[in-house]
Ligand binder design. Structure first.
Ligand code: SAM
Length: 273
């Protein structure tokens, strides 16, 4: 089923402009692999695989990976990568979080489900009480074996809602590909607020300076995101996974208390054994 929030991800140009093909930071890799290794996870569903870069990282480390994304353009990119790398054991499917159980009905019992890179806030929820987020989280949980974990994250939207500007900190990538960011809240009568974030993307051809920042041509890319507070996001997860479930919160891949102004939050929620 196609949902309107995915149209940005059907544009091939946006895929390269957004830098989703870029190399990951050490912080990202250490956190993801650390979470998976400490729980002996092996069988992984990446539910917002995009171009398949993170799935490839996992596959090369020996994980068993199924990758899905709601966007056919993204799925096609990932399938090309599979062909190039000749990985026959890699299943890649188009699947929407809202219909994940049906779209991936032959799969289940995963040790971990990953929904990373602040993908979740790409879902604009028009319901008054975040029913679409709840349904997505329930679907992620349904894909896990008892004791399996959901690794999920999102950009710090609180700071945008409170101060009108996003935090531009490169946390996820080896090189910084965003020179500037701006946000504006769009209010349409009768519709939920949407936060438009405009990234000044430095083109791939730009050279890196000594600090790992790229210099080069700038292209502006605007993506609509859901304004959702971190406490709300965590409370829906707790509601779905159970208030007593084992869980942990991180900021910019560090324990939450260690970071003053995080650019992103990460959550680990375990399905009860
Ligand atoms: C910010 S991109 C991240 C992609 C990938 N994880 C990466 O880092 O390259 C967000 C991804 O979420 C996908 N997406 C957005 N809404 C979705 C939905 N409702 N169901 C499934 N995928 C969705 C988009 O198609 C896109 O590939």
């Amino acid at each position: 089923m196609a949902f309107s929030n995915q149209r940005e991800f059907e544009d091939d140009n946006n895929i390269s402009r957004l830098g989703v093909l870029s190399e990951r930071s050490e912080g990202f890799k250490q956190w993801v692999f650390g979470q998976l290794e400490s729980r002996q996870c092996h069988h992984i569903l990446e539910a917002a695989c995009g171009t398949g870069g993170d799935s490839l990282l996992l596959l090369k480390k020996g994980y068993n990976v199924v990758s899905s994304d709601g966007s056919q353009a993204m799925v096609n990119y990932a399938k090309n990568a599979r062909e190039e790398q000749q990985i026959e054991t890699w299943d890649i499917l188009q699947a929407n979080w809202l219909t994940l159980k049906d779209d991936l009905h032959v799969y289940g019992g995963f040790d971990a489900v990953l929904c990373l890179s602040s993908s979740m806030v790409c879902l604009i929820d028009s319901t008054p009480n975040f029913d679409l987020y709840r349904r997505s989280f329930e679907n992620f949980k349904s894909m896990l074996k008892p004791g399996g974990v959901l690794l999920i994250d999102h950009r710090n939207m609180d700071v945008i809602m409170d101060h009108g500007r996003p935090i531009n900190k490169n946390v996820y990538f080896k090189y910084n590909t965003i020179s500037k960011m701006a946000s504006e809240v769009c209010k349409c009568p009768g519709k939920p607020d949407v936060t438009n974030i405009t990234y000044d993307m430095i083109q791939e051809s730009g050279k890196s300076d000594n600090c790992g920042s790229r210099k080069g041509l700038i292209e502006k890319v605007t993506i609509p995101l859901q304004p959702i507070r971190a406490t709300k996001f965590a409370s829906i997860l707790a509601e779905v996974f159970g208030e007593d479930c084992e869980h942990a919160l991180y900021a910019d891949f560090k324990p939450i208390k260690e970071v003053d102004s995080p650019a992103y939050y990460q959550y680990v929620f375990q399905k009860t054994k």
